[in-house]
Design a protein around this ligand. Structure first.
Ligand code: HAM
Length: 420
């Protein structure tokens, strides 16, 4: 037997309805906020993620799935969506479209070579959104509100919104210098990775998983204390807009996020639910005003978020939200070989009208057919034998009430529709 690859999993038929339910809410909420779906390839040239996500991030240093294709090109399975969306916006010149800001959302598999555990996989799925073209703090708040509204629609409301600002280029440069000065005498107290990070990109030291509780890092200077006037005004306006829409948040001065492209606002939303285990961050995001230009596009400011869909499923399991149990409208019970083809014709017509109909393909005995109908949670049984064939009717049995009626074949659809 060949097993699945470590860190991957199958979404089995008994669970796929949960995914479909979430995907429906994703589409519905995105429509409310007037975001349009974009779909990009699962693999891209490796350089996109090296330049986009950042050479010194853990994602690029340790976690990407890279391969050389048969044309000797270096290819990477996407570890996240933002860099690909920006690539597509530049390549398709969407930044020049008359509808600004561009409001895009996406969903699909992402790949990171991480240590698998509950809520953390090597192939996982994200629902992400990106708004490109506006530097307004109102759109930062809109993006956060969009993410939170989505959670509300899923009835996940025991959440904590954490928000911070990394500032603009000026603030980031000043902060980097202060952080470097602070870390210099303490470098030997950092883990070996952080000693390298200190030289390459000191900001990356702050989201080290190993040194999380190291007092040197806990007491380190915080970006929020080094904001330029422009960056502080931006952050204050985001906060005002969040207050205006009534969102509760916590300013978390230590939040820096694990990707290099952020400027100004960064945020995460956590849910404290048992089924989530240690991976309680449902969504992360922020503003990234330099990414489009650094990937060869014009100067286009942007802000976005991404949810981990597996974590949403885990969160919903702990809330025991009652998704509707899968059901079918009708199960056809054909009695005898001579009526089979007519029975198939009847069910096909019902399907074309929109009813979910199934059939016994094993030629079970009558008891077996009834059992199968129950297992499939059939609302109606269509019993069809040679007598019914002669009379051009079907015996329709309501599987819940037991009520049974002969219904002319041409009226079955309407009959069932009226009873649903
Ligand atoms: P991220 O924080 O790397 O941000 O990932 C976003 C979310 O994806 C996480 O909060 C988590 O729910 C989920 N996630 C990440 N890694 C895994 C994994 N190995 N297994 C399961 N779930 C995972 C980004 O990806 C940015 N592109 C977000 C963004 C969009 N920023 C601006 N625009």
């Amino acid at each position: 037997m060949i097993n699945k690859v470590k860190g991957t999993y199958d979404i089995l038929p008994e669970d796929s309805f949960k995914w479909q339910a979430i995907e429906k809410v994703i589409n519905d909420v995105s429509k409310l906020f007037n975001f349009k779906e974009i779909r990009t390839p699962i693999f891209e040239y490796s350089e996109l993620f090296h330049r986009g996500v950042g050479e010194t991030t853990d994602i690029v240093k340790k976690e990407t799935y890279d391969f050389i294709d048969r044309g000797k090109r270096s290819i990477t399975l996407r570890p996240e969506g933002t860099a690909s969306i920006v690539r597509s916006v530049i390549e398709n010149k969407l930044y020049a479209s008359p509808n600004q800001p561009l409001k895009l959302y996406y969903k699909g598999p992402m790949f990171r070579y991480e240590r698998p555990q509950k809520g953390r996989y090597r192939q996982f799925h994200q629902f992400g959104a990106e708004a490109l073209g506006s530097n307004s703090p109102l759109i930062d708040a809109e993006i956060i509100n969009y993410a939170v509204t989505f959670l509300k629609m899923l009835k996940i409301d025991n959440i904590l919104i954490k928000i911070n600002s990394l500032g603009d280029d000026e603030s980031k440069a000043l902060y980097k210098q202060k952080l470097k000065e602070y870390l210099k005498p303490n470098v030997d107290q950092l883990c070996s990775d952080c000693q390298r990070r200190y030289i390459e990109n000191p900001l990356r030291v702050l989201d080290c998983k190993v040194d999380k509780f190291n007092p040197v890092l806990i007491e380190a200077p915080k970006p929020l204390d080094y904001l330029s006037h422009v960056a502080k005004t931006h952050f204050d306006k985001v906060i005002e807009a969040l207050n205006a829409v009534g969102l509760n948040y916590e300013i978390d001065k230590s939040l820096v996020r694990g990707l290099d492209y952020y400027t100004h606002t960064v945020f995460e939303v956590e849910a404290k639910l048992e089924t989530l285990g240690a991976q309680s961050t449902l969504v992360g995001g922020g503003r990234y005003n330099n990414l489009v230009a650094s990937l060869g596009g014009p100067n286009v400011p942007a802000v976005g978020f991404a949810f981990g869909i597996e974590r949403l499923i885990l969160a919903m399991d702990s809330l025991e939200t009652k998704e509707e149990k899968p059901f079918i409208h009708c199960f056809m019970i054909a009695l005898g070989d001579e009526v089979q083809n007519d029975a198939l014709k009847i069910i096909n017509n019902l399907r074309l009208k929109g009813l979910i109909v199934d059939y016994d393909f094993f030629d079970k005995n009558l008891k077996g057919k009834f059992k199968q109908a129950d297992r499939l949670n059939a609302r109606f049984l269509l019993i069809y034998g040679s007598d019914e064939q002669k009379e051009k009717v079907v015996n329709v049995k309501n599987n819940e009430t037991g009520e049974q009626t002969k219904v002319p074949i041409i009226e079955i659809y309407q009959y069932i529709k009226n009873k649903l």
